[in-house]
Design a protein around this ligand. Structure first.
Ligand code: GLU
Length: 444
C-alpha cells in the first residue's frame, strides 16, 4: 500500500467516531498525493503524515457555571494544540451545542494549513465548548466565560497558544475571557485576539474574515477577466463572516440577495440592507424573522434554501457541511461561476468535486476565509510592539495577504499540473511550508 493510503487507514481506525475530522484529513491527504509521492521515502521515514495528523496535545475539561436561577450547569471545554512548527498555536474558540472533540480536531487540523497560507508565523490550534450562548443572559455568558478561562489559562499564552473567536465567540465573550485571564495570571499580554479596540484589539479584525473572502474572490475574478460589479451573490449564515462578506460584496458593486440562520433564510431581491442586518444580529441578537419583518422587499422561509436562488457567486458562510451535492447541481444549473467558502468546510467533498468538474471556480475555506486569522496575527504583531495601526494600514495588509494567497495556491496547483484546482493548490502550498519547518526541527 502506498504511504498516503496506509496513513489514511490508520487515521480512520484511530478516529472512527469523528467523521468531520476524517473528512478534513481525507480531503487534505488526497490532494497532496503528488507532493507525497515525490518524497515518499523521506516522509515515510520521518513519519510526517502520522505526525501532522496527530495533535501535539489536547485538553478536555469541565466547565461548571451558575445560571440565573442559581442552578449549576456543567459544560465540556476543549483546546486542541495541533501543530506549532511555524509559530504559536492559533485558532478560535467555538461555542455551540454541536461541539465535541471531533469538531475541534477537524477545525484545528484545517487551521494548520490555513495559518501557513497566510504567510505569517502562526501554528494550528482550536478550542471551544458545547455551551450554547443562544438565549443566555449576559451574566450567564460571563459566568461561563470566566469558568472556561479559569481552566484554559493554564495552557495558553501570547507566545504559546493564542485563541480567538469562532461561532458563538465574539467580542463580548473575548472580553470576559481576557478579563479573567488577566486576573488569574497578572499578565497583560496579547493572549487572545479579537479583543475590543480599547484594550489591544485591532481595527479591521471584526470585518476581516468577510472582507478577506471578497478580496480573494475579487482577485480570482480579475485573473479571469471578470469583476464583482453587477454580480448577484448568495450567502448563507448571518454571523460575523456573512455580515462583512455581504457588506464588502455590496461595496464592490454586487447585489447580495440571501442570508440564513439555523432556522430559516431570507431572500431579499433588492439586495440585503446591511445596517438592518447588523442591528438585528449584532445589537438585538435576534432571529432573521425580525429582519424580514422590518424589510418589505424581504421574504423569510423556514428551513434551508439559499442555494436554490439564481446567482453568479455563492459564498457559504454558516458552518461545516451546509452545501451538498444537490445544492451544487442547482448552483451549476443556475449558471453560478464561483464558490468561495467563508465558513470552515461548508461544502461536502462530492459537492466540491461536482462544482470543480463543471467548471465552477472553487476556493476552499482554508484559503478564502484566512483573512480572519491573518488579521489576528496582525493584532498579535501590534500587541507585541505595543502600537495600534490605522484602519487603512490593516486593511491594505489584509488585502495584500489575500491576493498573495490566491497567487500562492494558483501557482502550487499549476506546479503539479492541476491548474484551476484551488483545493489542491491550497493544501499543497499550506502543507509544503509546514513540512519544511517540521523536517528542519527534527523529531518532535
Ligand atoms: N475562527 C477563525 C478561523 O476559523 C479565526 C481564528 C483566529 O483568529 O485565531 O480561522
Amino acid at each position: 500500500m502506498n504511504y498516503i493510503d496506509e496513513v489514511l487507514a490508520k487515521v480512520k481506525e484511530k478516529n472512527a467516531a469523528e467523521p468531520e475530522f476524517l473528512q478534513a484529513v481525507e480531503e487534505v491527504l488526497e490532494s497532496i498525493r503528488p507532493v507525497v509521492e515525490a518524497n515518499e521515502d523521506l516522509y515515510r521515514k520521518e513519519a510526517i503524515l502520522e505526525r501532522i495528523t496527530t495533535p501535539d496535545r489536547q485538553f478536555i475539561f469541565r466547565v461548571p457555571w451558575v445560571d440565573d436561577k442559581g442552578q449549576v450547569q456543567v459544560n465540556t471545554g476543549y483546546r486542541v494544540q495541533f501543530n506549532n512548527a511555524i509559530g504559536p498555536y492559533k485558532g478560535g474558540l467555538r461555542l455551540h451545542p454541536s461541539v465535541y472533540l471531533g469538531i475541534i480536531k477537524f477545525l484545528g487540523f484545517e487551521q494548520i494549513f490555513k495559518n501557513s497560507l497566510t504567510g505569517l508565523p502562526i501554528g494550528g490550534g482550536k478550542g471551544g465548548s458545547d455551551f450554547d450562548p443562544k438565549g443566555k443572559s449576559d451574566r450567564e455568558v460571563m459566568a461561563f466565560c470566566q469558568s472556561f478561562m479559569t481552566e484554559l489559562c493554564k495552557y495558553i499564552g501570547a507566545d504559546t497558544d493564542v485563541p480567538a473567536g469562532d461561532i458563538g465567540t465574539g467580542a463580548r465573550e473575548i472580553g470576559y475571557m481576557f478579563g479573567q485571564y488577566k486576573r488569574i495570571k497578572s499578565v497583560y499580554e496579547g493572549v487572545l485576539t479579537g479583543k475590543g479596540l480599547t484594550y489591544g484589539g485591532s481595527l479591521v479584525r471584526t470585518e476581516a474574515t468577510g472582507y478577506g473572502l471578497l478580496y480573494i474572490v475579487e482577485e480570482l475574478l480579475k485573473c479571469h477577466g471578470e469583476d464583482m460589479k453587477g454580480k448577484t451573490v448568495v450567502i448563507s449564515g448571518s454571523g460575523n463572516v456573512a455580515i462583512y462578506a455581504a457588506e464588502k460584496a455590496q461595496q464592490l458593486g454586487a447585489k447580495v440577495v440571501t442570508c440564513s440562520d439555523s432556522t430559516g433564510w431570507v431572500y431579499d431581491p433588492e439586495g440585503l440592507d446591511i445596517a438592518l442586518l447588523k442591528e438585528v444580529k449584532e445589537v438585538k441578537r435576534a432571529r432573521l424573522t425580525e429582519y424580514a419583518a422590518a424589510r418589505p422587499s424581504a421574504q423569510y422561509h423556514e428551513g434551508r434554501g439559499v442555494w436554490s436562488i439564481k446567482c453568479d457567486i455563492a459564498l457559504p458562510c454558516a458552518t461545516q457541511n451546509e452545501l451538498f451535492l444537490d445544492d451544487a447541481k442547482e448552483l451549476v444549473a443556475n449558471g453560478c461561476i464561483a464558490v468561495a467558502e467563508g465558513a470552515n468546510m461548508p461544502t461536502t467533498m462530492d459537492a466540491t468535486k461536482y462544482l470543480q468538474d463543471n467548471g465552477v471556480w472553487f476556493i476552499p475555506g482554508k484559503a478564502s476565509n484566512a483573512g480572519g486569522v491573518a488579521t489576528s496575527a496582525l493584532e498579535m504583531s501590534q500587541n507585541s510592539e505595543r502600537l495600534s495601526w490605522s484602519f487603512e494600514e490593516v486593511d491594505t495588509k489584509l488585502n495584500q495577504i489575500m491576493v498573495n494567497i490566491y497567487h500562492n495556491i494558483d501557482e502550487a496547483a499549476k506546479r503539479y499540473n492541476k491548474e484551476g484546482d484551488y483545493v489542491a493548490g491550497a493544501n499543497i502550498a499550506g502543507f509544503e511550508k509546514v513540512v519544511e519547518a517540521m523536517l528542519a526541527q527534527g523529531v518532535c
